[in-house]
Ligand binder design. Structure first.
Ligand code: ATP
Ligand code: LTN
Length: 337
């Protein structure tokens, strides 16, 4: 593999927390896009396990989820020959840069972050400092690799704006050091909603497993979850996100699985009941996800290969991250012998 530093391809960095198994929402809204970006960018794809512990995690589960997340990245088509896949905690520069940046971040700035407010409300028993300074660690993730663009969902745009502000502040105060990253919000991509509360995003930390389609769910489980999904009391298959969020969500899934347009779906199921429609969606989604699950099952069994991909990723990431951190340390006046 050519090393990142030897080429001039623009750099992409993104990450997902291993706080649960990845869902079909991640595939539709992030991973499919990550796979495509490999064609034009140098991609760093990170498992954000340090971010994950800002919410209480069981250590054994976190270890397991970290490997599962890596295996799912590979199963959907992240290619370790072209992209660097690594675990955040294995590259120490992330927390080192975060400390420097934290001395340049205002308490007021962090207090305005809506994700902090949301997560504090969701976990009132554990409003910790890590949850508060979370966006600084995220800024470090991005700035260490001089990323040109960061593919993120809407919910992360505010963190990216803070990242840009911190980079500009550092560059202005010391001298040009960091590239100012742009948000990369894909124009194609879909938001998949919870199967049980279709006005809410499908979210891997949802406690109700029936709301989620995991990327490694069996066909039978997928079909059953979709059969039991919440819909409205009418009987018309029609795309209307406001009045028919459940059916619209199933139509989005059917569209993603089969490529059929919403018009075609409406025609195909006109006059048929929701039962028939749900069954068709269940089968289509099962068929769509089967190859991912099969690849995942093979990859997760070969722990040695998985480990060596992750070790290689961390070593290469470290080389790039170290160069940036070294400059930062020099500029802030940390003595080096
Ligand atoms: P958590 O529940 O652990 O807070 P999450 O499941 O909401 O997390 P993230 O890990 O924050 O998901 O998501 C990572 C990326 O995947 C984001 O960029 C987001 O846009 C995308 N994504 C997550 N869930 C969905 C979804 N339901 N539909 C579309 N995109 C999604
Ligand atoms: N906060 C992000 C995950 C994340 C990330 C990053 C995304 C951590 N570090 C750097 C992009 C770039 C989330 O919860 N989706």
């Amino acid at each position: 593999m050519e090393t990142m530093s030897e080429t001039r391809k623009p750099v992409i960095l993104s990450g997902i927390q291993p706080s649960g198994i990845l869902t079909v929402g991640h595939l539709a809204g992030a991973l499919n896009n990550w796979v495509k970006l490999q064609e034009t960018f140098h991609c760093y794809y990170m498992i954000a396990n340090m971010h994950a512990i800002t919410v209480k995690q069981s250590p054994a589960e976190l270890r397991q989820r970290t490997l599962e997340t890596a295996a799912l990245f590979l199963a959907v088509g992240i290619d370790p020959e072209r992209s660097l896949l690594f675990i955040q905690s294995q590259v120490p520069e992330h927390s080192q840069l975060a400390w420097v940046l934290s001395s340049m971040t205002g308490f007021g700035e962090l207090s305005r972050m809506t994700q902090f407010k949301d997560k504090s409300e969701k976990h009132p028993e554990n409003i910790n400092a890590g949850l508060f300074t979370y966006p600084i660690l995220m800024a470090s993730d991005i700035l260490l690799y001089q990323a040109d663009a960061v593919p993120v969902g809407e919910d992360q745009k505010q963190h990216l704006e803070l990242t840009r502000n911190l980079a500009q502040r550092f560059n202005y105060y010391y001298s040009d050091t960091f590239k100012i990253p742009e948000p990369y919000i894909p124009n194609v991509g879909s938001r998949i909603m919870s199967l049980q509360e279709p006005t809410k995003k499908m979210s891997k930390s949802d406690e109700n497993q029936n709301s989620l389609i995991f990327l490694n769910d069996s066909n039978e489980v997928i079909i059953n979850k979709i059969k039991r999904s919440v819909t409205d009391s009418e009987a018309e298959v029609k795309f209307d996100e406001t009045n028919k969020p459940g059916i619209s969500n199933l139509m989005t899934l059917y569209h993603l699985a089969t490529n059929a347009t919403f018009d075609e779906i409406e025609k195909e199921f006109s006059g048929k009941g929701y039962g028939d429609f749900k069954l068709a969606v269940g089968h289509a989604v099962a068929e769509w996800l089967s190859p991912v699950r099969e690849k995942y099952n093979t990859i997760i069994k070969d722990k040695k290969r998985l480990q060596s991909i992750l070790i290689y990723g961390a070593e290469e990431a470290h080389k790039v991250a170290f160069r940036t951190l070294d400059k930062v340390y020099k500029k802030v006046g940390f003595i080096r012998f």
